[in-house]
Design a binder for this molecule. Structure first.
Ligand SMILES: [Zn+2]
Length: 188
């Protein structure tokens, strides 16, 4: 109960329920959970190319010959990569920053994988870098920092479009979303 209670979003009642669930579960089921926790801390490591989480040296996206290796989508977290993968519309590769530049929280550019990204671009086979950092002050700041570093290398740099969400209504959109949508309008 004590251990479950330390997990994010788990209160005392839920921790109790989970603990009793494990107690009642079959040995196989309980050990599968224990093994998964053990494996995630011993086998999972960052991909040596893109820093996505993997059990191999190079992740299965980087190793996939069908992926377009000349387009790199830069995301903050492995979770963002999974979310973009789930859309099924992107066939390039990734670069995971492992965070965003946040001086107030003590996160400097050197703490992220930005140097490795610059090296990948310098390699000469990259044609486009898509900046998919979060549309927040820190995410924008991180994107700006990266742009300043890779722009001189002559690579095409794009940013994810921002604006109205699909299924939304204009009258309920806030000012910043609507101004992004107006500024990023495109020809039909
Ligand atoms: Zn990779």
């Amino acid at each position: 109960m004590e251990q479950f209670g330390k997990l994010p979003g788990i209160g005392a009642r839920t921790a109790e329920r989970l603990a009793f669930h494990i107690l009642k579960a079959s040995k196989d089921e309980a050990m599968a959970l224990a093994r998964a926790i053990h494996d995630v801390k011993t086998k999972i490591q960052p991909c040596e190319r893109c820093f996505n989480l993997t059990e191999a040296q190079v992740c299965n996206i980087c190793a996939d010959p069908r992926r377009n290796q000349s387009v790199i989508c830069v995301v903050e977290q492995p979770k963002d990569l999974l979310t973009i993968e789930a859309t099924g519309v992107y066939d390039g590769v990734y670069h995971v920053l492992m965070g965003q530049i946040a001086p107030l929280d003590g996160v400097a550019p050197e703490d992220l994988t930005i140097d490795a990204l610059v090296e990948r671009v310098k390699g000469g086979t990259v044609s486009e870098v898509i900046l998919a950092t979060n549309p927040t002050v820190a995410g924008d700041g991180t994107a700006l920092h990266i742009t300043a570093l890779i722009e001189p290398l002559g690579v095409k740099i794009t940013r994810l479009a921002r604006g109205l969400p699909s299924g939304g209504q204009i009258e309920y959109a806030n000012k910043s979303i609507l101004s992004d949508a107006i500024n990023e309008r495109r020809e039909v």
